[in-house]
Design a protein around this ligand. Structure first.
Ligand code: AMP
Length: 411
């Protein structure tokens, strides 16, 4: 099966990885694909600059080498040219964070880009207009990629958040830079963090897989099974496993067509000696609402008309024990409907346990899908070892896929 031969992937990537330190950018124009897809408020002010901060070390390294930087990114999902998604809105923020006044080209290809790029001097930064103003970007058009490539002498990919897309500026462009392409620091950190978790000899290794649906996490569980000692299966997806084993789950969220897969996962875990931990009790509610009536009941005895929306007190203690004993931790997905205070306790207690274990020396990685939202909401960001910047990209890495943006640099 697929997961069996994909496992050594991350260490292989790391070994072949051409890092940014291997290139001296003196007198070079580096085309850097970043992920500056930042949220803007109604006045087009950047409300969260995490992604800009994350690319700073790469930009600074190139400037300090004595080169110049041409930044390529997308913003939002424009259909053609759309002022709302213009990157001119972020010029000031990028300038402020990097500490250099950023120049701007009103189109990422054609005359505006060519003129600005050729006038660029060492130590300067040019930001190109939104690459998604051209439909050729997402189509992975080779000619469009070639036009982008003609602007610089080297290509650096530091856009982990879009590395799972085979777009022109994230993947296709790399072929035009044989011998002059590499990953930026952020990309390197993401791959390293994942490798630390999935090729760790610091055991026990524990993965917490939560979230709403089994279907979105099947490949992740299959792929990591042999690499981890424990998997805590929480959140909405747990109910499919419980029902498949004959439990009563009331009106809890369930995917009936995934019950077979759930049983397969349980079988595979036995074969690989992976301990699966399910909630034993849950906070059940009579409605999907903050105002709902609640009761704590065993996960396999939820009355009709009630749905499990959070892990219960016994489960939380059990999960905390497993986490406290772990030396390596992967956290993917909340164990309850954390968006509502009433059902956030399980996720908070789990976060606390992970924070404590990290303080005791464990390595903890949070990422994949929406996990990061819970971590940010409850302030665990600084208490874990690494928070991934790419939801979809990290999820695909966890599934054992080689991301096109990563492959393109390795080729
Ligand atoms: P994911 O994007 O797959 O990580 O899923 C995250 C979502 O799962 C969050 O929005 C949670 O509200 C939701 N979730 C967690 N536990 C449950 C549950 N017991 N029932 C329904 N949704 C849940």
């Amino acid at each position: 099966r697929r997961h069996q031969f994909l496992l050594p992937l991350y260490s292989k990537i790391l070994k072949k990885m051409k890092t940014i330190n291997s290139i001296n950018f003196k007198d070079k124009k580096a085309l850097v694909r970043v992920d500056f897809n930042v949220p803007l408020d109604e006045n087009f002010k950047v409300t969260d600059a995490t992604r800009i901060e994350a690319a700073k070390p790469t930009i600074i390294k190139i400037l300090e080498d004595g080169g110049s930087v041409i930044l390529m990114t997308h913003l939002g999902r424009p259909k053609g040219v759309d002022e709302k998604f213009s990157l001119k809105h972020i010029i000031d923020k990028v300038s402020e964070i990097i500490g250099v006044q950023v120049k701007f080209a009103s189109d990422c290809i054609g005359e505006p880009a060519k003129t600005a790029a050729s006038a660029l001097e060492n130590g300067e930064i040019l930001l190109l207009e939104n690459v998604r103003f051209h439909k050729e970007e997402e189509a992975g058009d080779v000619d469009f990629a070639k036009q982008l490539a003609s602007l610089g002498d080297a290509y650096v990919n530091d856009a982990f958040g879009t590395a799972h897309r085979a777009h022109a500026s994230t993947t296709i462009i790399a072929q035009f830079f044989p011998g002059a392409k590499c990953f930026g620091y952020l990309m390197g950190k993401e791959i390293e963090a994942l490798n630390t978790v999935l090729n760790s000899d610091r055991k026990p290794v524990t993965a917490i897989i939560g979230g709403a649906k089994v279907s979105s996490k099947i490949d992740v569980m299959m792929n990591i099974m042999e690499k981890v000692d424990n998997i805590i299966i929480g959140g909405g997806m747990a109910y499919t496993f419980v029902k498949a084993q004959g439990g009563k789950i009331g009106d809890s969220i369930v995917e009936d067509d995934k019950m077979d897969v759930a049983l397969d996962i349980i079988k595979l875990a036995k074969k690989t000696n992976t301990r699966l931990h399910f909630p034993i009790d849950v906070v059940a509610a009579d409605a999907f609402s903050e105002e709902a009536k609640t009761q704590v009941c065993p996960i396999n005895e939820i009355p009709d008309g009630w749905m499990g929306l959070d892990s219960g007190p016994k489960s939380n203690v059990g999960f905390s024990f497993v986490v406290a004993d772990s030396k390596t931790i992967l956290w993917n997905g909340p164990v309850g409907v954390f968006e509502m205070d009433k059902f956030a306790k399980g996720t908070i207690e789990l976060g606390n346990a992970i924070a404590d274990a990290t303080e005791e020396g464990a390595f903890s990685l949070v990422g994949g899908g929406d996990s990061v939202a819970a971590v940010k909401k409850f302030g665990f960001e600084d208490k874990v070892s690494y928070v991934s910047t790419g939801g979809g990209a990290m999820l695909e890495m966890l599934e054992g896929k080689t991301l096109p943006g990563i492959q393109a640099i390795l080729d």
